[in-house]
Design a protein around this ligand. Structure first.
Ligand code: AMP
Ligand code: MG
Length: 411
């Protein structure tokens, strides 16, 4: 592991591997109804109980017939009607056709459907203006999905693309992993809850809103433990309390080297601690460890650092814990710098940036400006991160840089 590079900072990719390696996926499962299954992680491979379509049916409004019958004459006798949900019960005999609507079962004896626009119906006779190929306009049984085929694998997060698939198969009870429970709190004597009045030197606690929003996007259950002052005894009691009720504890603030930064010491007293100075900007100090059976992530206090470290480090951890084995890191693309990006070598920067695509499909990216780790307004303006490599320096206009698109958690 390259934890001991010259600057002594742990590279981001190593920190992610450490977090992943320390996380054991939750295995407890439950059944939920399909209506409540969105964003849950599938706990068992799901096989199709039936073929889809479950019967051969018409892809068009028109007439069902046997192609051999058109060899002798283009006019056939109209025998009856088949609608979706109202099949034609009889058998098609030689020289006959059936009026058929989209989704209706193909009657016995028919092997093609000719669309209405290519026909003329007169009294009980239909004349066909075009010939037909075998299976034309027929959706065959099992054409989309075979019976017993694997349709959704274990480890899949159910999206709006999967839910209708399970509905099509008539599956109502869905095996999913239990959601992780995450307890979180902010630390800092200066913090007031939104809605309270600020006194001298105080600010509003925004980090709990960041963490809560991200946890909602990650579909975790959570316990909001509020703001805990910089008081070692209170912090200690909260660490223990959180560990008794949650799979993961997330805190913000107090992980640096200031006089009121107690997180690391208390983690040491109540559990085990891995403290890293990360080669990431924003978000250098990060405490990771365990209190009893709960994983512990101590995020920095600065609001932008909280969002960035949650996104880069905590998201993969929560995905692993949730059993979401098909989780993917955000998409990264190459773009041309339209503005300068200030940077010094030593850390990987996640700078707030705005990409655009010109009419030739060329990607460009510009900075949002102020990259201070407390400057949250630039996050609202951004639509991507410019990911500037650890050893890279100042970026000039026209240079190529990697951008990381905002994933669903940030959008
Ligand atoms: P700390 O790491 O505790 O020294 O905090 C670093 C900076 O982030 C300080 O300016 C804090 O006031 C600020 N900060 C810490 N926690 C929060 C929070 N929950 N909401 C907004 N700002 C915070
Ligand atoms: Mg603090």
């Amino acid at each position: 592991m390259s934890c001991c590079d010259t600057s002594g900072l742990l590279p981001v990719s190593d920190a992610i591997s450490n977090l992943i390696n320390a996380t054991t996926p939750l295995t407890e499962m439950e059944y939920v109804s399909l209506a409540n299954a969105l964003n849950r992680v599938i706990a068992k491979d799901i096989y199709s109980p039936l073929p889809i379509p479950p019967f051969a049916n018409s892809a068009m409004d028109g007439y069902a017939l046997h192609t051999d019958d058109l060899i002798h004459s283009f006019t056939l006798k109209l025998k009856g009607k088949a609608l979706a949900g109202q099949p034609f019960d009889g058998i098609l005999e030689k020289g006959e056709c059936i009026r058929i609507m989209t989704g209706a079962k193909i009657p016995k004896g028919a092997n093609a459907v000719i669309m209405q626009e290519e026909t003329q119906e007169k009294e009980d006779k239909v004349t066909f203006l075009a010939s037909a190929k075998i299976n034309q306009n027929i959706r065959p049984l099992g054409d989309d999905i075979k019976k017993d085929e694997l349709v959704v694998s274990k480890g899949t997060l159910l999206t709006p693309r999967d839910v209708p698939l399970l509905a099509t198969l008539g599956i109502d009870q869905i095996p999913v992993y239990k959601k992780p429970t995450v307890a979180f709190f902010s630390t800092g004597d200066e913090l007031r809850a939104v809605g309270e009045t600020l006194s001298q030197g105080e600010i509003y606690d925004s980090n709990r809103y960041t963490i809560r929003a991200m946890l909602e996007k990650m579909n975790c259950d959570y316990i909001d433990l509020g703001v805990i002052p910089d008081d070692p005894d209170k912090l200690k009691a909260t660490f223990i309390h959180a560990s008794e009720h949650a799979d993961v504890i997330i805190t913000s603030g107090g992980v640096s080297v200031g006089e009121a930064d107690f997180t690391k010491d208390i983690l040491k007293q109540t559990g085990t601690v891995d403290f890293w100075k990360l080669a990431i900007k924003p978000g250098k100090p990060f405490a990771f460890g365990r209190v009893n059976n709960a994983l512990f992530c101590g995020l920095p206090g600065n609001p932008v650092s909280v969002l960035v470290t949650f996104h880069i480090l905590v998201e993969p951890l929560l995905a692993r814990l949730s059993g979401h084995t098909l989780w993917q890191a955000p998409v990264q693309l190459k773009a041309k710098a339209e503005t300068e990006f200030k940077k010094s070598p030593g850390r990987t920067d996640y700078q707030r940036a705005i990409y655009r695509i010109d009419k030739n499909n060329q990607l460009y990216v510009s900075t949002t400006g102020n990259q201070g780790s407390g400057a949250f307004s630039s996050l609202s303006k951004a639509n991507c991160f410019a990911v500037l490599e650890q050893e890279r320096g100042h970026v000039a206009i026209g240079e190529e840089i990697v951008i990381s698109l905002f994933s669903t958690t940030l959008n």
